[in-house]
Design a binder for this molecule. Structure first.
Ligand code: HPA
Length: 288
């Protein structure tokens, strides 16, 4: 039996009664620092949540935080569950569906990734314009749950063009370099071989990592608007002088962590203002 997200959602509602987050944030490897900036309303370990998949990777604290960032009500996953941990891919739908059930409309995913471009090295941020799911897995394979979305749906503009423009504008304002590119999801747990990297380059990848596509597929299926940012921790295998390792990823994730924190916080502030404006416009239209 697949895990039931309704049970986790009901549990979270008891932890923060009346609190309805609009934005879900998933923090990738080494980006847990952003969690400290949250004005916390409640937080729970993944292990406390009934019917919730569990993470086993060092450096991925499994915690869900409800609170405010940039004034915006959010829910933040500090740590995530990966396909390479051997979980049933369908279980990866659960965190996103729990978010949906408690009110989330926007999802901001972050990850650590290797870059294919010399000029976009460790310490850079890359806005995800599109992805290649190279895992051959998908949490949506199996019986469709019509309560969340249709059997078949489009993945064009999965990374919302308007949100991307907002993020680029905020980055410019903050003088943070933000390139844009295609993220390829490699299943892991090993890093890629140089031959695989050469193949992925011809496929059109700009960055490679071991996460994100399951969450984005599930979020788009249930109609969330998605944005994604890769924190570049290394140049890809064959381009880098250092041997790739998880320790190296965690160490280099720190390089852009403060840029990412600023970018996300100010982005949420502007999103809140935009939503408020749209809401007021709707109201005044309704009153006419
Ligand atoms: N490959 C896969 N996953 C990664 C990498 C990489 O080069 N860097 C950080 N996560």
């Amino acid at each position: 039996m697949p895990l039931d997200p309704h049970i986790g959602a009901e549990f979270l509602k008891t932890k923060a009664p009346g609190f309805s987050p609009k934005v879900g944030i998933i923090l990738g490897s080494g980006l847990g620092g952003l969690a400290d900036q949250i004005d916390e309303v409640a937080s729970v370990e993944f292990s406390e949540i009934p019917e919730f998949p569990q993470s086993s990777v060092e450096g991925h604290q499994g915690r869900l935080i409800l609170g405010r960032l940039g004034g915006m009500p959010i829910i933040c996953m500090q740590g995530r569950i990966h396909l390479y941990e051997g979980v049933d891919p369908q279980d990866l739908a659960v965190p996103i569906r729990v978010m949906k059930l408690i009110g989330v409309e926007f999802l901001l995913v972050t990850n650590a990734a290797g870059s294919f471009h010399e000029e976009v090295g460790p310490g850079s941020l890359m806005l995800i314009s599109d992805h290649i799911n190279f895992t051959s897995r998908n949490p949506l394979i199996g019986e469709n749950d019509d309560r969340f979305g249709p059997r078949f749906f489009s993945m064009e503009d999965a990374y919302d063009p308007t949100l991307r423009e907002h993020l680029k504008a905020v980055a410019k304002e903050l003088d943070i370099k933000l390139t844009e590119g295609v993220y390829l999801h490699y299943p892991g747990p090993n890093f890629e071989t140089p031959a695989e990297i050469r193949a992925f380059k011809t496929l059109g990848a700009d960055a490679v990592g071991m996460s994100t596509t399951p969450e984005v597929l599930v979020a788009r299926h249930c109609g969330m608007r998605v944005a994604g940012i890769s924190n570049i921790t290394n140049l890809v295998a064959g381009m880098s002088k250092t041997t790739l390792s998880h320790e190296q990823t965690l160490e280099c994730a720190k390089l852009a962590a403060s840029d990412l924190e600023k970018l996300v916080t100010i982005f949420l502030e502007t999103l809140k203002r935009e939503l408020l404006k749209a809401h007021l416009k709707e109201d005044s239209n309704g009153n006419n």
